[in-house]
Design a protein around this ligand. Structure first.
Ligand SMILES: NC(=O)c1ccc[n+]([C@@H]2O[C@H](COP(=O)([O-])OP(=O)(O)OC[C@H]3O[C@@H](n4cnc5c(N)ncnc54)[C@H](OP(=O)(O)O)[C@@H]3O)[C@@H](O)[C@H]2O)c1
Length: 308
């Protein structure tokens, strides 16, 4: 496993996303976490809302069984999304951020959170109030580092203007198929729809400001469309992934991971599997160096359009 260093944090190049552990047993989560640690993964992503808090609770139960594991872990959680019957809404008020962190600390059974992310942009965000919440959490020792998720460059710029703590991470969906962050660059200044900059050059902004991107849902097109793997809508992509999987003697998922890791932005993708065997297969991708040609061929097959 390779690692990146961010201030005092040493983070594995693959994180384990804990969104889907919500209905697993403590024994199953224990096995998954042990497999992650045994394979060099020290980075674990949570959110207060995963399973309505149950993902954090199950993880906390595992830590109760293995308190010595905590010191080897970078634990991240997210806050700011609130659930209502018909919709989600967002809440970056100081009161809600602090209440949410206190809830996560309790469920996880830890004294501090290594990284706190704001989960999705709050349209009513007052950056001064967020800055105040971050200060309170930092000074009380409850949170060490901060970041965001699903935010574009200007949203980050606005927040950073007021926050003393550096915005160090942005968690974004990213994979060969969900890659408009790349596509708007390569088609820039053309009439193609692909030239539309949907995110305000977020990728370049993150690179300019040393903000580490954490790609999520690396195997999914979207929550509703499911995976592009073995999906008849993506025959060329799946054939290529299969060809490279055979060449490098790994699975197609490992090739996807290698594709993300090859990008020089030093991204830290999250694996969402709850299956220890799938996790081991995926990790093998961190040892593979795709050629430039292979990287572009996967990209081309994913966007289904000839590059200019
Ligand atoms: N910030 C945000 O807004 C946001 C949104 C979504 C997710 N996230 C984070 O990102 C993490 C990952 O997201 P995700 O779960 O959507 O990611 P993912 O890794 O793309 O998807 C995992 C799903 O793919 C399935 N899968 C099928 N075959 C697989 C194989 N061979 N290898 C690996 N997985 C396979 C898994 O099932 P099995 O369990 O059976 O392997 C699991 O249901 C989440 O846990 C969460 O921490 C963040």
């Amino acid at each position: 496993m390779k690692y990146i260093q961010k201030d005092h944090l040493k983070i594995s190049r693959i994180g384990l996303g804990c969104m889907r552990i919500k209905e697993k047993t403590v024994d199953e989560v224990e096995m998954l976490v042990k497999t992650a640690l045994d394979n060099g993964i020290n980075f674990f992503d949570h959110a207060d809302i995963y399973g309505n808090g149950n993902s954090e609770k199950l993880f906390g139960e595992v830590l109760k069984r293995h308190p010595d594991w905590r010191k080897h872990m970078v634990i991240q959680t997210k806050c700011g999304v609130r659930r209502a019957t018909n919709t989600n809404y967002y809440d970056f008020s100081k009161e809600y951020i602090i209440k949410s962190v206190d809830g996560s600390l309790k469920r996880l059974g830890v004294h501090y959170i290594d990284i706190l992310l704001l989960h999705r942009p709050d349209l009513l965000m007052d950056p001064k109030e967020v800055a105040d919440a971050f200060n309170t959490l930092y000074e009380s020792g409850k949170v060490k580092y901060f970041g965001v998720s699903n935010m574009n460059s200007m949203q980050m710029e606005l927040l950073q203007k007021h926050c003393k703590q550096k915005i160090m991470f942005n968690q974004l969906q990213f994979n060969p198929v969900t890659s408009s962050m790349l596509t708007s660059s390569v088609f820039m200044n053309r009439f193609d729809d692909e030239a539309l900059d949907r995110d305000g050059s977020t990728l370049d902004y993150c690179r300019l400001h040393d903000i580490t991107i954490q790609p999520y849902s690396i195997l999914q097109i979207s929550k509703y469309l499911g995976s592009y793997l073995d999906n008849p809508e993506y025959p060329e992509l799946n054939a290529l992934l299969q060809e490279y999987a055979e060449k490098y003697q790994v699975t197609k998922t490992a090739i996807v991971l290698a594709w993300i890791l090859k990008h020089p932005a030093d991204m830290v993708p999250l694996a969402g599997t709850t299956n220890p065997h799938h996790l081991i297969e995926l990790c093998k991708g961190s040892e593979i160096e795709l050629t430039r040609e292979e990287w572009y061929f996967i990209y081309h097959a994913s966007i289904k359009k000839r590059l200019p």
